[in-house]
Design a protein around this ligand. Structure first.
Ligand code: ZN
Ligand code: ZN
Ligand code: FE
Length: 765
């Protein structure tokens, strides 16, 4: 099958023979399409089969001309348009020149060589950078991007650095953060009282010794603090968990080299490229079977590891001296944003870290590490931050100036300028005062950097969201956007799609137009107009939000919807047995009287309930943990047509012209009954989980059939689940539909702001 890859390459790629190189490479591989210079780099579109496109992508970076440097490489796979031959096109002209702020770029090879060359004047200097690498977004205070507008303004360049900076033939010509040991920032190691224990390289060496000794070191990096601990030491990792109050959510790891990663994980060519890319995100990798040197407490009962390679000279030096994988998790308490200032970090991380490795280059704004995973041979961004933010997502039509404030969890914000949506870095869950402050700061940043005076503000329909209330208080007219409609529009923008499409928006929670909690939605979306084709049969959540952390409650609600109060007598079922008799009585009363038992159509909660019925998790320490447990046990050997029954029933309400009245209801009762039967027969959880995923894929195909639209967009937090996503893609393709899933815009609530912008822009037209 032919696909089209759209590549946006930013960096030193003009006037260095890059376009002729692209031409030769594409011709050699027999790909059709074009290449052209654009305002900040080169745009490429190539068509061909998947494996050739992948080869093109890998060789583009590996074989590029010696003087070319890639600062950012974004790829989207789109529908083919039927190019013939390959051409070098005239440069892009016209269109408003959009001020572009680059993301922070991982250390380039040339700088790395200097840092590890003992004879170089930058030997072991942790703040080495050049025009091709180093911090950008995290140090910019204002545009244009010049040194006086960055946090490097406090450092005056020495004559040597100044010479490099002003020499057009030098790699550091106009490198704004240029610095060296004589004139630039330096390291200090602080103890818990803020006393300087060591400076410069001695600080780094002492920090390494401390990690070696099982201690926890807070390290000020590019976009904030990371907490380092020896990943092989069960005691150190357990201590970090306890001090950070982090439950069981997996920790990310930093490895010294790709070879070291490959010893612990299976790494595809694309995953290897991502690990070492200018973006250098955390990549979710499948662990190898067998014994591991990684402590169990790093990612309990999780077959994946979140892995990254060093991306700044400081991290390279630490990883090189440590010679082993370390936990490198964000320096914060659970749910708070990452610390950026050393004095603040000393306060907030007191009791968490043992030592603080700090420096005096201020971080202007927090930028977390990004997280990606590979689904069906494509990059899927789960958390968009360092290396990606604040790069724009292109729009099909120019948009009015819109500010979108996102949702509540995994919040990001976005502004539209002409045909670009500039998406902020990940801000996080707006649950704490610190997170709310970070949210306000990021909104101000985006407005200032892009000089946007929004003529309208887009927000979630949920009246109680902090983001919505903030939007209402801003002044310009507010457009509220239903949560799942925003998910679908984000997925459409990500895939460069016009409507109408069938959007399958499955997640944990989103406010519905009827005031109930939605989350298992099938929506036909075309610009700002939409209607709800189908949804899941609703069920009550005893205790409301408490059910998120207690899948057993969700399961009980589901069983209650099937059997009424008798559900509480089914002590043969794991979630029911997980309550005391007294708890069961209280919960049944809640359900009978419908007190604090909101109903939901959430697909995410359905995953939780099934995980509980399978006995995988009755309580969780973070949202999505039970659903992840279900994904992790899936037995890949189960044939794809092995499924449970599930009923797609006509909605009971009389026909209505209300957009939010679905025509069909997915009744999960036969599915749940069959699962219970299998569990009682002792069928392995892996088989049941596989059948459950396959049943849901079949349900999506059936709704697509009845809807009759070919493009189907898979979106919402549930489609972070690789098993669900890949099975659904296969089933849709086999039935003749065209599935789309997320690539650069997160499928979770981190993508909501993009969808809100698209909605507000479409509504005007
Ligand atoms: Zn460099
Ligand atoms: Zn210098
Ligand atoms: Fe959502």
């Amino acid at each position: 099958m032919t696909e089209r890859a759209r590549l946006v390459v930013r960096g030193a790629v003009q006037g260095v023979g890059f376009r002729p190189f692209v031409y030769r490479l594409a011709s050699e591989l027999g790909l059709s399409g074009w290449v052209r210079n654009a305002s900040h780099g080169v745009h490429i579109e190539v068509e061909g089969d998947r494996s050739t496109l992948e080869a093109f992508l890998l060789r583009l970076e590996r074989d590029k001309p010696p003087r070319a440097a890639i600062h950012s490489l974004e790829v989207s796979y789109l529908d083919p348009v039927g190019y013939r031959g390959f051409t070098i096109e005239a440069s892009e002209s016209g269109g408003a020149p959009t001020a572009l702020v680059l993301p922070d770029i991982a250390t380039c090879r040339d700088c790395l060589r200097e840092v590890f060359d003992p004879t170089n004047r930058r030997a072991r200097y942790p703040f080495t950078n050049c025009t091709n690498c180093g911090p950008r977004y995290s140090i910019i205070e204002a545009l244009p991007y010049d040194r006086p507008n960055t946090s490097m303004k406090a450092f005056t360049m020495c004559p040597d650095c100044q010479r490099e900076y002003t020499d057009p033939s030098d790699r550091r010509f106009h490198a704004q953060p240029n610095a060296c040991p004589a004139c630039g920032p330096w390291l200090e190691l602080w103890d818990v009282s803020g006393r300087v224990v060591a400076r410069h390289d001695e600080a780094l060496r002492r920090a390494v010794q401390a990690v070696d000794a099982g201690r926890i070191v807070a390290v000020k990096g590019i976009g904030g603090f990371l907490l380092f601990a020896d990943a092989a030491r069960e005691d150190a990792v357990a201590r970090l968990r306890a001090r950070k109050r982090r439950g069981e959510k997996p920790f990310a790891l930093m490895y010294p080299s790709l070879e070291a990663v490959e010893a612990d994980c299976r790494v595809s060519a694309l995953e290897a490229r991502l690990l070492a890319s200018p973006e250098s995100p955390i990549v979710l990798l499948r662990r190898r079977a067998g014994r591991s040197r990684i402590a169990e407490a790093v990612a309990p009962r999780n077959p994946y590891l979140g892995v990254m390679l060093p991306y700044s000279p400081l991290h390279h030096l630490l990883a090189n001296d440590l010679r082993r994988p370390v936990v490198a998790t964000s320096g914060n308490l659970s749910d708070e944003p990452i610390c950026t200032d050393e004095h603040d970090a000393l306060e907030r991380l007191r009791g968490v870290a043992d030592l603080w490795l700090v420096h005096n280059r201020p971080i202007v704004r927090h930028v977390d590490d990004s997280i990606v995973r590979v689904v069906r041979g494509r990059e899927l961004v789960l958390r968009r931050a360092r290396g990606y933010a604040p790069l724009p997502v292109p729009l099909r039509q120019p948009a009015p100036s819109v500010l979108a404030v996102g949702a509540h969890l995994k919040n990001t914000v976005a502004v539209a300028v002409d045909r670009h949506v500039f998406v902020s870095q990940h801000i996080g869950d707006l649950e704490t005062a610190q997170a709310a402050d970070a949210f306000r700061r990021v909104v101000a940043t985006l407005r200032d950097l892009y000089r946007v005076a929004p003529e309208r503000v887009a927000a979630d329909l949920h009246p109680d969201y902090l983001s919505t209330q903030y939007a209402q208080a801003l002044g310009p007219p507010v457009v509220t956007v239903q949560h799942h409609v925003a998910h679908v529009l984000a997925g459409m923008a990500d895939n460069d799609l016009d409507g109408p499409v069938l959007g399958v928006a499955w997640d944990g929670t989103g406010y519905g137009t009827d005031g109930t909690v939605w989350g298992g939605e099938f929506l036909v979306v075309d610009g700002a107009s939409w209607h709800r084709v189908a949804t899941f049969r609703s069920f009550p959540l005893p205790g409301g939000d408490r059910a998120i952390r207690e899948p057993r409650r969700t399961a009980l609600g589901l069983l209650y919807a099937m059997w009424g109060a008798r559900a509480a007598e089914r002590l043969d079922l794991a979630p029911v047995a997980a309550f005391t008799e007294r708890e069961r009585a209280v919960l049944v009363q809640m359900l009978d009287r419908r007190i604090n038992a909101p109903v939901t159509t959430s697909a995410g909660r359905l995953f939780d309930a099934v995980a509980a019925i399978l006995g995988l998790r009755q309580r969780t320490s973070f949202e999505g943990q039970a659903a992840m447990a279900l994904e992790f046990v899936v037995d890949e050997r189960e044939p794809p047509d092995s499924r449970y029954p599930c009923r797609l029933a006509a909605a009971p309400e009389p026909a209505s012209d209300r957009a939010d009245r679905p025509a069909w209801i997915v009744d999960w009762q036969p599915l749940i009954e069959a699962i219970i039967e299998d569990v009682q027969r002792g069928r392995p959880a892996g088989v049941v989980a596989a059948r459950f995923h396959q049943t849901l894929a079949a349900v999506i195909v059936e709704v697509a059939r009845r809807t009759g639209l070919t493009p189907v967009v898979l979106t919402g937090g549930c489609f972070q689940n690789r098993s669900l996503t890949e099975r659904t893609i296969d089933a849709l393709l086999e039935a003749g539909f065209r599935p789309y899933w997320h690539q650069r815009v997160p499928p979770n609530d981190g993508g909501i702001a993009v969808g809100q912008v698209v909605f507000a822009a479409a509504q005007r037209g």
